[in-house]
Design a binder for this molecule. Structure first.
Ligand code: ZN
Length: 369
């Protein structure tokens, strides 16, 4: 190269030290740029993953990624949702117990000890109840007694702060014939849901109705009803025996949660469109505590074996597919294979057999006019 430096006869090949240096610098700059680009791409990919993980604080939260699939009346989207639906029905309270599951023989007793109370709650505020007293009873200090083989939940609530509740899974062991009988046959009747003694609720033929015509007071906030939760657990246990996975995508939602969700949809799609798939605050059935959205809460769920199983078996556990296909004009909502409402197995079976939706059965409207 040095030879060329002074070769004035071959000007094209001549490369001065300055030019050479410039070329080297350019090459270095290109390499540096490529390295930087690579680092940025890797960093970007990592931060996306982080955001998704951060949003999914527990497995009961489903993050919806596209607007096209979010069609639940009270559904969740990314940012809003995470705050709105982080309601793990079991572990949402500040009660700390020494055990959360109890195994008993019939006639045997056991008592979970409270190790920590929520703020403002003390021993005298303990309110114990059994989801199914025919399986296990509980007294007012939390002494649980096995009555007959089966599984149920005992709930500890705070009298001074009813939002604070914790559930204990109780398994009462029986002989082997009972164990083999229970998986297939769900002949044990799913009880009717409790009747809430609250002003402003509409009961028709003993059924709490919430749709576009019948709303709920903003202050009504019962949390996920223990019977609803317990029956869902029984149902998902039966599905699991057939290799299927049913889990809670979304459960109870307060008036305020729904306000955030609905307002968000109105901003995105306008009120007319939002009303076809999202309930206005005070009109979401999720506020009753008797509703669960299963799994991924999107149209894709409808094509899964879980959805097919749910449609065939939900009534055995006391649930109905609340917004069936072909009933959109009557329910006021798009078809939602994932949204189930607890009504008890008597009514659920009646609706399953007749093919009616709840509005048809109760002869009521669902519109905002
Ligand atoms: Zn729903």
């Amino acid at each position: 190269m040095d030879n060329n430096r002074y070769d004035s006869h071959r000007p094209r090949k001549r490369v001065s030290r300055k030019t050479l240096r410039r070329r080297q610098l350019t090459a270095l700059a290109v390499i540096a740029f490529l390295v930087l680009l690579f680092v940025l791409l890797v960093a970007h990919a990592c931060s996306d993953g982080g955001k998704k993980d951060g949003g999914k604080k527990n497995n009961s939260v489903t993050t919806i990624t596209t607007a096209a699939t979010t069609t639940d009346p009270a559904i969740t989207t990314t940012a809003v949702t995470t705050t709105a639906t982080l309601t793990d029905p079991v572990n949402k309270s500040d009660f700390k117990l020494d055990k959360y599951s109890v195994f008993l023989e019939v006639g045997e007793s056991d008592m979970p000890r409270v190790q920590a109370y929520p703020d403002g709650t003390e021993e005298a505020d303990e309110r114990w109840s059994s989801g199914d007293p025919t399986i296990a009873s509980v007294d007012n200090i939390g002494n649980i007694t096995g009555v007959k083989p089966g599984t149920c939940y005992v709930t500890l609530r705070s009298a001074s702060d009813p939002e604070q509740e914790v559930m204990i899974k109780v398994t009462v062991r029986g002989d082997s014939t009972d164990d083999t009988a229970s998986p297939q046959s769900n002949t044990a009747e799913a009880p009717e849901p409790p009747v809430y003694d609250t002003e402003g609720l509409t009961y028709i033929e003993g059924v709490l109705i919430v749709n576009k015509t019948y709303g709920l007071p903003a202050t009504f906030s019962p949390g996920l009803e223990p019977i609803c939760y317990q029956q869902f657990q029984a149902m998902s246990g039966a599905a699991a025996k057939e290799g299927l996975s049913l889990y809670i995508g979304s459960g109870f939602r307060s008036y305020h949660d729904q306000e955030l969700i609905y307002d968000n949809y109105v901003k995105e799609d306008g009120a007319d469109m939002a009303d076809t798939y999202s309930a206005r605050p005070g009109f979401s059935e999720h506020q009753t505590g008797l509703v669960i959205d299963c799994n991924t809460i999107d149209d894709a769920f409808g094509a899964t074996p879980e959805a097919a199983w749910l449609a065939e078996h939900a009534h055995e556990y006391g649930f109905i597919i609340r917004y069936p296909q072909g009933k959109e004009d009557i329910t006021g909502y798009q078809y939602e294979p994932w949204h189930i409402r607890y009504v008890g197995s008597k009514l659920a079976t009646k609706l399953y057999k007749s093919g009616q939706c709840l509005e048809e059965y109760l002869k009521v409207d669902s519109n905002y006019d």
